[in-house]
Write a protein that binds this ligand. Structure first.
Ligand code: HEC
Length: 117
């Protein structure tokens, strides 16, 4: 009985820890969003220079199935982030499954949500 309880708590913690890691850390994402060196940026700009408060981010950004930016089809929001890193910040694309990407996406989801409300 007691042992079973311990195992169950352990599983619950493991599962919640996993989902938090999956969802990304919005607070860290904000720091990256406001950092000129995110993605090795060299233009001196930050994501917030152009997207402060969710500017130019569509309200349905995280619901759309297809993305197109400047006439180019993109598979995911992460791909668009990489376009902005390369074109706007003059940096290098980062891995779309990296923690940094997850964190920035989590922060942007918050921005977009606030816009909708
Ligand atoms: C120099 C300005 C500039 C910077 C810096 C910039 N972006 Fe963008 N971003 C744009 C423009 C312009 C668009 C296209 C907006 C449109 O299509 O209306 C865009 C589009 C996007 C979109 C798609 C929005 C949509 O709703 O389709 C995302 C996501 C995005 N940027 C994220 C980022 C992130 C994350 C960063 C930082 C790594 C960043 N951007 C840096 C100018 C910038």
């Amino acid at each position: 009985m007691n042992k079973l309880f311990v195992v169950m708590v352990g599983v619950a913690l493991a599962v919640s820890g996993f989902s938090v890691a999956q969802a990304g850390n919005a607070e860290n994402g904000k720091t990256l969003f406001e950092s000129p060196t995110f993605g090795g940026g060299t233009s001196g700009k930050t994501c917030a220079s152009c997207h402060a408060g969710g500017e130019k981010l569509s309200a349905d950004l995280f619901e759309r199935e297809k993305h197109s930016v400047m006439g180019k089809e993109m598979g995911s929001v992460a791909d668009i982030v990489n376009v902005c890193i390369e074109m706007a910040m003059k940096g290098k694309a980062i891995a779309t499954d990296s923690d940094e990407m997850k964190d920035v996406l989590a922060y942007m989801e918050g921005l977009v949500k606030e816009k909708k409300e």
